[in-house]
Design a protein around this ligand. Structure first.
Ligand SMILES: [Zn+2]
Length: 149
């Protein structure tokens, strides 16, 4: 595959260059960090649930101010939602319902970038969805900001 697997210019986070350094390292390896044969090299959090098409885990680099930041990583390598089988969308809905119930989430944000990373803010091309839960028990919670576009 000749397409880049990661996008370094989207990896910057204000006041913290940890994530940018991780993406920089992965970029040098020229592999897809979310493909199953490489995932364990880069992702150290446990797989919370394995579905037919997805792995569910917690993001190693959660967005600031999130109480939970889950990732749904598609098990096969695709980079565009239009290439996703309908069954994957259906299963994603089931897995979100599982997360909501398991972690008693009163609300969350589902986000999935796809296609040209220069236009989406994505750092990893391989399809994955984020489910981000605000710190709902903290009445002084701050907003969670994410790069889009
Ligand atoms: Zn991949």
């Amino acid at each position: 595959m000749n397409e880049p697997h990661v996008n370094l210019s989207n990896a910057g986070r204000p006041g913290d260059d940890t994530y940018k350094k991780v993406i920089e390292e992965i970029s040098g390896h020229k592999v897809c960090p979310f493909c199953q044969e490489y995932l364990a090299n880069y992702h150290k959090n446990p797989i919370l649930k394995e579905g037919r098409n997805w792995l569910v885990t917690a993001n190693m680099y959660p967005y600031d101010n999130a109480k939970h930041h889950f990732l749904f990583i598609h098990k096969s390598h695709i980079a565009n939602t239009e290439d996703m089988p309908a069954e994957s969308f259906a299963e994603l809905q089931e897995l979100i319902a599982w997360i909501v119930k398991e972690y008693k989430c009163p609300g969350g944000t589902l986000m999935m970038r796809c296609g040209d990373m220069a236009l989406t803010g994505a750092t990893v091309a391989h399809i994955h969805a984020h489910f981000i839960v605000a710190d709902y028990e903290n009445k002084d919670r701050k907003p969670i900001l994410a790069r889009v576009g």
